[in-house]
Design a protein around this ligand. Structure first.
Ligand code: SF4
Ligand code: SF4
Length: 407
């Protein structure tokens, strides 16, 4: 899969009689379909293994199971429209497909400002950047640059809600702590000292607006020239005010609000204040997979690799209490001492023995496309298209018990 000239590709597709398949019936697929149909390129079908998508039509096009590819002509042109690029491309290559494209240049060349994609422009831009960065990461996996798509910067273990299926495992914290500000700033400094570019610093908890020193963190992140966007994830239960609110008035900031209906009790006032202050935000209705339980699962090596490779958060680096982890589940599960500490899955940014070069090498290894499955993956249900859905936002009164991992 190589980069391509979108204009040339679209004109050759118009003249081609080959079938065009979009692999991934999600937001990237929707944008790719829009970009192609605007220039009269006819798509045959979407391909997607999610049970809720099968047998349906998406953007007016049938959604078929990936098994259909076995009987599809190998001349077909397949666009990978999700961010599981490595595993989907290898699956397609094994089947003998040769015309495989990602959507990076196609989306970059298209104008989505008309509002016909059913998403806000902020949302569209983020989806495109995520996909492009995934493509770039796969294409340039052998270069020396250290460019990270996202880092979750956890500021607190506390949340104003206690969702029983929280994929970040907040339901297990019985005595949640805030992150020490000094430690957070010094480890952010060390991390960004060895990273060339970070597309999104995502500030979250728990609920980040419970963290009194939040403005210091946001100001530091927005000031850092190698950080492109700063996203705050909130459940709309606490309206930011004072210095926190002021820190959000920055062109790099987007507030990402999950709308839990009546549980997001400050939704209206939060939207009003952000709008009145000119702060960019987006709202979304949550759709969850069953990924919020820590339990050892006996998996073969092959299953473990598939669980890791197909996971939608398998490269969401997470900074928690001075350590950098490969994903939020690994971070919180290790922090809760519910899964074993595995030094191969963690970069300890507090270690005074390590200099900048050591840390850079370790972060590169942690983020590598060739990273082996995490120890945490054996304790996790996984987060891919086949993971069953659960109702989002169900609350628990009491924290769930944490079992020591030997049990
Ligand atoms: S999913 Fe629920 S418990 Fe977890 S951080 Fe969000 S609001 Fe808090
Ligand atoms: S532990 Fe593995 S499967 Fe679970 S969220 Fe992390 S990367 Fe994904």
């Amino acid at each position: 899969v190589k980069s391509y000239d979108a204009k040339k590709l679209k004109s050759s597709l118009r003249e081609s009689s080959a079938e065009i398949v979009l692999f991934g019936a999600g937001d990237v697929g929707k944008l790719a379909h829009l970009a192609l149909s605007r220039c009269d390129v006819r798509v045959s079908c979407f391909c997607d293994g999610r049970a809720d998508k099968l047998g349906t039509a998406y953007c007016g096009i049938p959604v078929r199971h990936p098994d259909v590819l076995h009987s599809t002509s190998r001349d077909a042109i397949v666009f990978v429209c999700n961010n599981y690029l490595t595993s989907v491309v290898s699956q397609l290559e094994q089947l003998g497909f040769v015309n495989i494209h990602h959507c990076g240049p196609l989306l970059a060349e298209s104008d989505f400002s008309e509002g016909d994609a059913g998403m806000s422009l902020n949302e569209i831009k983020r989806k495109i950047v995520w996909h492009q960065e995934e493509c770039r990461k796969v294409e340039n996996s052998s270069t020396d640059a250290l460019v990270l798509k996202y880092v979750d910067v956890v500021v607190t273990e506390a949340c104003s809600m206690k969702c029983i299926d929280c994929a970040n495992l907040m339901q297990y914290y019985s005595a949640p702590k805030h992150v020490n500000l000094e430690l957070l700033m010094s480890t952010l400094e060390r991390l960004m000292g060895c990273v060339d570019r970070l597309c999104e610093a995502r500030v979250l908890g728990g609920e980040p607006f419970m963290y009194k020193s939040l403005h210091h963190v946001v100001e530091w992140l927005t000031f850092h020239e190698s950080i492109e966007k700063v996203i705050l994830y909130t459940n709309a239960t606490i309206v930011p005010q004072g210095k926190t609110l002021s820190s959000l008035k920055h062109p790099k900031v987007i507030v990402d609000i999950t709308n839990y209906g009546s549980l997001s009790r400050k939704m209206e006032s939060m939207v009003d204040i952000l709008r009145s202050q000119g702060i960019a935000f987006l709202t979304k209705i949550p759709s969850w997979t069953d990924s919020g339980r820590i339990r050892y699962r006996e998996r073969s090596e092959e299953d473990l690799i598939a669980t890791f490779n197909n996971c939608c958060v398998n490269d969401v680096l997470t900074l928690l209490h001075g350590r950098l982890y490969r994903c939020p589940f690994s971070a919180n599960g290790t922090n809760l001492q519910a899964i074993p500490y595995d030094p191969a899955d963690v970069v300890d940014l507090t270690d005074p023995q390590k200099d900048g070069a050591d840390l850079r090498r370790e972060v590169m290894d942690l983020y590598s496309v060739d990273k082996a499955p995490l120890t945490a993956c054996s304790y996790c249900n996984g987060r891919d298209y086949s993971t069953p859905r659960v109702e989002a936002g169900r609350q628990t009164k009491l924290p769930l018990p944490v079992l020591p991992y030997s049990q």
